[in-house]
Structure formats: structure tokens, C-alpha cells
Design a protein around this ligand. Structure first.
Ligand SMILES: C[S@@+](CC[C@H](N)C(=O)[O-])C[C@H]1O[C@@H](n2cnc3c(N)ncnc32)[C@H](O)[C@@H]1O
Length: 255
């Protein structure tokens, strides 16, 4: 059985990288790994667990997923900002903002157009070059950089930003990297700086897409570093859904 598990995990990672979360089917994975769908689901209990394990087994290989995703239009890429972040504009005084996992930059550009001084960081070079092209088209200034959020100490100074926004990055971070992630976000913020994070919530019942997080998981990750203001029910728009997915918006302050 361990050999079969290894084989399934290899195939799952390959499928995940080539097709993305939303299209990867258990049927195709089972066929390629030469097992029944029943064996596959009995072993991992759900498609989400299977992908979690596959990513854990080979995190570096998984990083290719993000670049591959931007060869087409990934499900989260709306071509306009997430409405939840648009709604935040009126509640904050413009300052220096960092958009982590900024993708093609719609949220960052929207904030820059509303007088914020914005930096966006993303692993995927294709996403950053597309975001840079948009700033030229739209006559707006944003500092877009390619980089890993888990290594921001190489890129930004401690306390450099007033606000960090995160639209769909935290729910894509692996469980074992959450502590480093929270520490990196904490480090780049000023004392009293705010972190706004939008993720899929455990109230969302669809099987596809990234991990759905519970309020307890969010609190467990961020309370050591932040004072949590609230975790509100909201929605996360995707290209697939006429209606939005259920999500949480975390608002937290650096202690
Ligand atoms: C779900 S997408 C969201 C993109 C964007 N925020 C949006 O709302 O369109 C997650 C993004 O995080 C980026 N990403 C994933 N892991 C990362 C990491 N460790 N450091 C920087 N960016 C990362 C991916 O390349 C991808 O663009």
C-alpha cells in the first residue's frame, strides 16, 4: 500500500500542476495511478486531503503550479478587484500597503488609484509582468516585485508597511508553513499596522478549490502575533461562480 500511496501522490501532484485545483478529478488521478476511485478516496478520504499530501511530499515541485496557472486565466483571476477589498477603502486612512500573493494586481492597482502607496509581491513571474503592464495601461504607480512571502526578510525592512492585504494567499499556504507565514507578515508591519486576509471558509461546501479554513485555524495561526479584531463572514468571487464562495475576512492588528 505505501507504494500505491506514493504513486497516487506523484500523479496527484502532476495533475494539480497541469490542470489546477478546480479541474483535477479523482477519476483521472485514479486511472493514471491504476487504482479504483474507491481505493483512492478510502486512502485519502477526500480530494482535498489527497492534494494536501501531494503538496507536502514535494513542496518545491508544487511551486511550479503558480506559474503554470498563469499560462491561462486561473479561477481566482477576476480582472477586477475582489469586492471585499474594494469595500475596505473607505474604512482606512491611506498609507503604505503590501499586497501579498498579489497575482495580476487588480487589488493593488485599485488601492493605488485610491491614493495608497502600494507594493505587490508574488512568486509567479508571469503574474507580476502582467500586473506591471496594467500599471502602464492605467497610468498608475505600483511597486510590483517577484518574491516568496515566506522569505520577505530578504526583501522588505521590518515595520515597512501600515497595511498588509491578502486575497487568497493564506488559504494556499501549507499547514506546516503557517507559522513562518504569520511571522513574516508580522515583521513587515509597523506596530499598530493592520492585516486583512480573505480566505475560503469551512462554510463553503464545494469540493474543489483550495483548503477551506475554520475560524479556529485562523485564530490559532495569528493570535500569537496579532490582536484579532474580527473574522467576518463574507464572499470570495471566482471566475467560475455566478454566485460567490463563502469566505472569511480576518482583520488583525500587530501587537
Ligand atoms: C489564489 S491566488 C490570488 C491572487 C490575487 N491575490 C488575486 O486575488 O487575484 C494566490 C497567489 O499567491 C501567489 N503565491 C502562492 N504562494 C506564494 C508565496 N509563497 N509567495 C508569494 N506569492 C505566492 C500565487 O502565485 C498566486 O498569484
Amino acid at each position: 500500500m505505501p507504494d500505491t500511496e506514493e504513486k497516487i501522490l506523484d500523479v496527484a501532484l502532476k495533475v494539480l500542476i497541469s490542470e489546477g485545483y478546480a479541474d483535477a478529478t479523482t477519476h483521472r488521478i485514479a486511472q493514471e495511478a491504476n487504482v479504483t476511485e474507491m481505493t483512492l478516496l478510502q486512502t485519502f478520504q477526500s480530494k482535498e486531503n489527497l492534494f494536501r499530501e501531494a503538496r507536502k511530499k514535494n513542496p518545491n515541485e508544487f511551486l511550479k503550479y503558480w506559474d503554470e496557472a498563469y499560462k491561462s486565466m486561473p479561477p481566482w483571476d477576476l480582472d477586477h478587484p475582489q469586492p471585499t477589498f474594494q469595500a475596505l477603502i473607505n474604512t482606512n486612512i491611506p498609507g503604505r500597503v503590501l499586497d501579498i500573493g498579489c497575482g495580476r494586481g487588480e487589488n493593488a492597482i485599485m488601492l493605488a488609484m485610491n491614493n495608497y502607496d502600494v507594493t505587490g509581491i508574488d512568486l509567479a513571474e508571469a503574474a507580476i509582468s502582467s500586473a506591471k503592464a496594467k500599471t502602464i495601461e492605467r497610468h498608475v504607480k505600483v511597486n510590483f516585485v517577484v518574491g516568496n512571502v515566506l522569505q520577505m526578510d530578504h526583501l522588505f525592512m521590518e515595520g515597512e508597511f501600515d497595511v498588509v492585504i491578502d486575497s487568497g494567499l493564506f488559504h494556499a499556504i501549507m499547514d506546516e508553513e503557517r507559522h513562518v507565514f504569520a511571522l513574516q507578515v508580522w515583521r513587515v508591519l509597523k506596530t499598530g499596522g493592520k492585516y486583512f486576509m480573505l480566505c475560503f471558509s469551512d462554510k463553503e461546501l464545494s469540493e474543489d478549490g483550495p483548503i477551506k479554513l475554520s475560524k479556529t485555524e485562523i485564530e490559532h495561526t495569528f493570535t500569537p502575533f496579532f490582536k484579532i479584531i474580527d473574522i467576518k463572514d463574507t464572499t470570495f468571487d471566482t471566475r467560475f461562480d455566478p454566485s460567490s464562495r463563502k469566505a472569511y475576512l480576518l482583520s488583525a492588528v500587530k501587537n
